[in-house]
Design a protein around this ligand. Sequence first.
Ligand code: GTP
Ligand code: MG
Length: 175
Amino acid sequence: VDQTYIMIKPDGVQRGLVGEIISRFEKKGFLLKGLKLFECTKELAEEHYKDLREKPFFPKLIDYITSGPVVCMAWEGVGVVASARKLIGATNPLQAEPGTIRGDLAIQTGSFSEVVFALGLLKPCKESHSYGKLSCRNVVHGSDSPENGLREIELWFKEGELCQWTQIQAPWLRE
Ligand code: GTP
Ligand code: MG
């Protein structure tokens, strides 16, 4: 059984989307193992996103993640990592499909040409999928592999903050 780390980012908290976002995972049927409102340090944000350290948008990303409280969650279920990524949608909210969290709840900022480029409507001058000049804001994070799911849950939660429990609906969710 997999575990994934889901985090409602500061824009999601500030915009009052906490209930809406939790609800999507809850209704899907995954098991909630941990949940807290949390103000993270720069060091924790940098450790969490350490693989992106070399990206031009990294400083902006760290400022964003530390700009207000986040909601940290651990969810469990068969295939939960990949399934949560589908529920969340594409990284850039403009490319995220309707029906996904980012597709339904987030937009983008930037100049017209930057946004058009990010949408893939124009051929970029240089070969790149980056939308570096645009906003990092996309309301939610989800682990990208089961290994990272475990790593991130360990990073964001302390011992004793996760619950071992059985959902009353479990027999109706899992045959
Ligand atoms: P997370 O679930 O937050 O890890 O997003 P992701 O897995 O969909 O994307 P990735 O791990 O590549 O990037 C982490 C975060 O950095 C994204 O969610 C965005 O907030 C931000 N980000 C990624 N790529 C870009 C970019 O090209 N430009 C800007 N401005 N921000 C980006
Ligand atoms: Mg990622």
